[in-house]
Design a protein around this ligand. Structure first.
Ligand code: G3I
Length: 353
């Protein structure tokens, strides 16, 4: 059967299950006096496979209680979308501000959720004091080490993992010429991992990037670097594949093979920032295709033992970063702007169930 038709059938089945579970419709075996049982959440279903199911979130959204209700019960891993980035945590040199990150860690704790912390070293969203002057290599090394170790120490014991270095490579697999690379050379990555490990030996340490879902020049660069770092006993635990996909560019068919080759190096992998955008308006067909992609990604992760979990880059179209960055595109997430589950939500359930 064509996979889009399969999606429609499965959605109908899943919807019936939801209605029965919610007590809105009677299932075939329902008896008078039966009490509706609680529908297992995405996190419950993922947990049965030893995986987590996470969502990013951001501080301004936390006043929306309808939003935080779903965030608090459907997921078991939370990533702060902005609150732990350098501009937020060290707005002036040596002056640290944990307000935004702490708020999200506290919220996650109150819902018994873990935290994928994001991110220590990135070329974007850096504070002005860091980007508005030049640094010698010695100066920048000291600044970088202090930033990493102060932040990692602050969150020691409260976060599951860190995206230590984010987006270090170009599409062709060459190093991205960031402030850190041009001043310190490629060794800044191993240094950052070692410094983070010193500050919290229990946190899982990741390199994280987009467009590395398929086997290709950029994921090959990560594979080569990861192999080299493992051989040098640099504390690297995992590779994060962001998975910001777009219907118009095709599905990364080699995702599962790609996850598997990193596993064979002894590394964890995770899908860390999943969304599947489309050119608007969203049609039934596009939403069905999107649902297939979410199902396929979930199945790929479940098929590879060391793919430890999936995080969507916020769960609802209401708070997606896409429309602001890609005008005319959106509808990328499994819940719509009214917080209603879309076909993609049922497809993830279906893959996990
Ligand atoms: O904080 C200011 C606020 O003061 C101002 O009023 C407002 C007006 O536009 O902007 C606010 O800053 C925004 C910031 O998010 C915090 O909300 C920036 O404009 C906006 O560009 C920024 O976008 C973030 C983006 O990273 C920056 O590149 C997104 O929220 C965040 O979801 C996104 O996340 C990245 C990951 O970290 C790495 N991978 C890609 C992913 C998507 O870009």
């Amino acid at each position: 059967m064509h996979s889009t038709a399969r999606t429609r059938l499965r959605i109908a089945g899943a919807l019936a299950t939801v209605l029965v579970a919610a007590g809105i419709a009677a299932g075939p075996a329902a008896q008078a006096g039966d009490r509706p049982h609680r529908q297992p959440t995405l996190a419950d279903l993922a947990e049965r496979h030893g995986r987590y199911l996470g969502s990013a979130t951001d501080n301004p959204e936390l006043t929306d209680t309808a939003y935080t209700d779903v965030l608090g019960h459907e997921f078991d891993m939370i990533t702060p979308g902005n609150g732990m980035k350098w501009y937020a945590t060290e707005p002036q040199q040596g002056v640290f501000d944990w307000t935004a990150g702490d708020e999200i860690v506290d919220l996650a704790r109150s819902h018994h959720q873990r935290v994928r912390a994001h991110t220590l070293v990135w070329h974007s969203q850096l504070p002005d004091w860091l980007t508005s002057r030049t640094w010698t290599a010695d100066e920048l090394r000291a600044v970088l080490k202090h930033h990493i170790q102060t932040e990692v120490r602050h969150y020691r014991g409260t976060v599951y993992s860190w995206d230590v270095v984010n987006e270090a490579f170009n599409e062709d697999g060459t190093y991205r010429e960031t402030l850190f690379y041009t001043t310190l050379g490629p060794g800044y990555i191993a240094d950052a991992l070692r410094w983070a490990h010193e500050a919290d030996p229990h946190a899982k340490l990741y390199l994280n990037d987009y467009n590395i879902e398929a086997v290709g020049p950029k994921s090959d660069a990560y594979y080569a670097l990861a192999r080299q770092l493992r051989a040098q006993r640099v504390p690297l635990d995992g590779i994060g594949l962001q998975a910001h996909l777009a219907l118009q560019y095709g599905y990364p068919a080699s995702l599962e093979d790609n996850l598997r080759r990193f596993s064979r190096l002894g590394l964890d992998t995770a899908l860390t920032e999943v969304d599947v955008r489309m050119q608007l308006p969203a049609t039934e067909d596009k939403l069905a295709r999107q649902a297939d992609w979410y199902r396929d990604m979930t199945e790929a992760c479940l098929a590879v033992r060391r793919c430890v979990g999936i995080t969507i880059w916020d769960y609802t179209d209401k708070y997606s970063w896409i429309p602001a960055f890609f005008p005319g595109e959106g509808a990328a997430l499994p819940w719509d702007e009214q917080l209603a589950p879309k076909p993609a939500y049922y497809a993830i359930r279906d893959a996990l169930d």
